[in-house]
Every structure is written in C-alpha cells, then in structure tokens.
Design a protein around this ligand. Structure first.
Ligand SMILES: Cc1cc2nc3c(=O)[nH]c(=O)nc-3n(C[C@H](O)[C@H](O)[C@H](O)COP(=O)(O)O)c2cc1C
Length: 175
C-alpha cells in the first residue's frame, strides 16, 4: 500500500473535485490518499508519503503564483519521490489542446519551473457562470465567444472527462 499526497490549488473548487475523484479511484486500488491545499503551505515531512502529486487550475493564463513558490521550496522533496503534476483549464476542452504535450498552459508552466514531473496530466475544467462576479463573468463570456465556447450566463458547463481523470488515477497508483 502506498501513501499518496495530492496537493491542490483551486479558486472555485473544481480542481478539488478532480482530486476527490483521483482519491476515490486510487483508494479503491488499496492505497491511501491525503488531500492538502497548497495555500496552507503544508510541511512535507520526510518519510510521510510515498508519492506526491500536485494539481492546479488556470486563471487568466496562469496557475496561482503560490504553486510555483511551493514547487521551488519543495523541489528536492518532490524529486525524491515518484511525482506527478496536472493542470485544469478550459482550453483543454479542445481535443487539439487536451494533452500535456499540446496544452499551452502546461507547456509554458514547465518552462518556468526547474522540476520535471514524472507524470503529467491535463483536464478540462468547469465554467459556472452564475457563481462568477460581474467582471469575471463578462471576461469569460468574451473569451468563450472568441474561442467558440458557451456564452449563456445562466449555464454551468462541465467539460471534464471523468474517464480520463480515472485513467490518470490508475497511472498515479502505478507510478
Ligand atoms: C476568472 C476566470 C479566469 C479563467 N481563465 C482561464 C484561462 O485563462 N484559460 C483557461 O483555459 N481557463 C481559464 N479559466 C477556466 C478555469 O481554469 C476553470 O474554470 C477551472 O475549472 C477552474 O478550476 P478551479 O475551480 O479549481 O479554480 C478561468 C476561469 C475563471 C473563472
């Protein structure tokens, strides 16, 4: 049995939903999973975990800066464990941008950090128009209009391929 730590960075809660599905699938294979928020800057105690995963969402083109800071601070610990990283964004709803090699945010992020994760994932996120404030709602509607996505402000649209999330969970379990 492996003890797996999944660290997440979320603004509106969808990344933690993905983490919960990863946890469920990994635990069904006999491992244990702990979920922690990067913003709490958790201490990665030596020997406490066998594998470490980080998942973060994109907002206005970037993961939260805290994610980069956390990786920088804990790079040695990350590298001394089997490790993985995944990004959540809505550009990944497009088939030509939904793989680690083809997702522009993930590729840009990897160029900015020194850590080279052993396993990479990218998942399409969710747009929940009714929950957004005025500015964000109109910015996202504009971006969606430009990129031919849904613009109805009354809609919540989930683009996540949960089968793909479960396949990623299996890859983590097998790391
Ligand atoms: C204000 C705002 C800005 C966003 N900016 C981007 C963006 O630049 N590119 C993108 O692909 N997705 C963008 N998204 C989509 C989010 O990545 C998506 O909603 C994701 O599910 C959010 O995950 P979270 O709830 O864990 O933060 C944005 C969403 C919001 C609400």
């Amino acid at each position: 049995m492996a003890r797996i730590l999944i660290l997440y960075s979320t603004t509106d809660g969808h990344t933690i939903e993905i983490c919960r599905r990863l946890k469920q699938t990994i635990e069904s294979r006999g491992h244990s999973v702990q979920l922690l928020d990067v913003k709490d800057d958790p201490e990665l105690a030596a020997g406490a975990f066998d594998k470490i995963v980080i998942g973060a969402s994109i907002r206005y083109g970037k993961h939260q800066p805290l994610v980069n800071q956390f990786i920088e601070k804990n790079q040695a610990t990350l590298e001394s464990h089997p490790n993985a990283f995944f990004s959540v964004n809505v550009v990944a709803r497009k088939p030509e941008k939904n793989r680690p090699e083809t997702n522009p945010y993930l590729q840009k992020f990897l160029k900015k950090i020194d850590w080279q994760p052993q396993l990479l994932g990218v998942f399409a996120g969710r747009i929940d128009y009714p929950s957004l404030g005025f500015m964000d709602k109109h910015m996202i509607r504009l971006i969606m209009w430009i990129t031919k996505g849904p613009t109805d402000p009354t809609l919540t649209v989930e683009f996540t391929d949960w089968q793909k999330v479960e396949e990623f969970a299996v890859m983590i379990a097998e790391l």
